[in-house]
Design a protein around this ligand. Structure first.
Ligand SMILES: Cc1cc2nc3c(=O)[nH]c(=O)nc-3n(C[C@H](O)[C@H](O)[C@H](O)COP(=O)(O)O)c2cc1C
Length: 361
């Protein structure tokens, strides 16, 4: 059995204890500083016996036990395993953004508080500590009055003011034409831009360097004219690619870490990023921020478009990353899920701010 050191390890002190962590697997262990010497030894594929010969001052059994523990805790990977392939793939495709970009993996698949756990957390921490103020105050500073702001009664202003997060929906299915409009206005290609590196798509949201790493997958729950299932939205051809058929309300709730209201929505929009598009242009970890900022832009465009269409949008960052990535058939390394938006028909039927398309027709 050959082993090598995982390429995604960092170490830090917690009080007096030294911690070794693998940010890809999110496994961390406290260990003796001698561990660093063992990990250093496994900087290439080696047999455990090689270490036993190299460090005769420790007994063979204690070294084998240490190696076993390090492998169990993912700090050493075994040749030929899925884990080893993932380790190599991450190191290869993220090379220019590591180690700082590794933050992305460190924040995946966290455990989210559910139901009364949330209340308990609120009781324990939030009620005992004071909340930071929402607004800054500058005392004794010169202040300039701004011209009185009058928002005109236009469609744009009405859309801006009426955007809000919805968590209740009516049972009405949304027509496919409306979902198509939502997809096109948010993720569709409006045209092409000349750049230094050839033509880049132009979309309704800005994208750092016009790299457009964002992709979207439609989870159709209640759409008139479209079978329930999972689809990839192909922005180049404004079409849907079928990934999976069937009712997926239960999956929708699981994807959103148990948030029950999402099962009543008409559709979820699973937003991912294809990192190599941005990595190709920007060979430094700060560009990871740009990928996240892009996702925020897309989501706001989505929320405003949905509001304009008289729909009830929402978004969530509470996600089961690996579960979603598995179902989408993406590797979670070169393409990873970042954000989920969703939409339904509003509970209380109100007049659409837009005359463009009547959702209830
Ligand atoms: C990045 C991000 C993540 C969010 N995640 C959740 C979530 O997991 N669950 C949820 O119910 N709302 C979520 N929201 C919605 C916020 O709770 C909501 O925007 C906030 O309460 C303000 O309400 P408003 O959107 O109606 O102005 C999220 C919003 C953002 C921007």
């Amino acid at each position: 059995m050959r082993l090598r050191r995982a390429r995604t390890i960092f170490a830090y002190w917690k009080g007096k204890e030294l911690v070794f962590a693998n940010y890809r697997t999110r496994v961390s262990v406290t260990a003796h500083p001698f561990t660093a010497q063992i990990l250093d030894f496994f900087d290439r594929w080696r047999q455990p016996e090689d270490l036993v010969c190299d460090i005769p001052q420790y007994s063979a059994s204690s070294l084998r036990a240490a190696i076993g523990q390090l492998a169990k805790n993912t700090l050493l990977v075994r040749a030929g395993t899925f884990d080893a392939r993932q380790d190599a793939e991450l190191a290869k495709s993220w090379t220019t953004w590591l180690p700082y970009g590794g933050f992305h993996f460190g924040t995946k698949d966290v455990r989210f508080a559910r139901g009364n756990q949330r209340e308990k957390l609120a009781e324990s921490h939030l009620t005992r500590s004071s909340q930071p103020p929402f607004f800054k105050t500058y005392r004794n500073a010169r202040r300039l009055r701004l011209p009185r702001c009058q928002i005109p009664d236009t469609e744009f202003a009405r859309v801006l003011k009426s955007r809000k997060t919805h968590r209740q929906f009516s049972d009405t299915a949304l027509p496919l034409a409306v979902v198509s409009q939502l997809l096109f206005c948010t993720w569709g290609v409006m045209g092409y831009l000349p750049t230094l590196y050839g033509q880049a798509p132009h979309k309704s949201s800005p994208s750092g360097g016009a790299r457009h790493p964002g992709e979207v997958y439609l989870l159709a729950l209640k759409i008139r004219g479209l079978s329930p299932g999972l689809y990839y939205y192909d922005p180049k051809n404004h079409s849907l690619v079928v990934l999976r058929d069937g009712h997926m309300e239960k999956k929708a709730v699981e994807y959103c870490a148990g948030q029950a209201h999402v099962k009543n929505a008409a559709a979820l929009f699973l937003m991912t990023a294809v990192f190599p598009r941005s990595m190709w242009r920007y060979r430094f970890a700060r560009a990871y921020r740009v990928v996240l900022l892009d996702a925020g832009h897309l989501c706001q465009t989505f929320c405003l478009t949905a509001t304009w269409l008289g729909l009830a949008p929402f978004c969530t960052a509470a996600l089961k990353d690996s579960l979603i990535e598995r179902d989408l058939g993406i590797d979670g390394i070169s393409e990873s899920v970042l954000y989920v938006a969703g939409v339904g028909a509003p509970r209380a039927v109100r007049k659409s701010p837009s005359a463009a398309l009547d959702v209830y027709s």
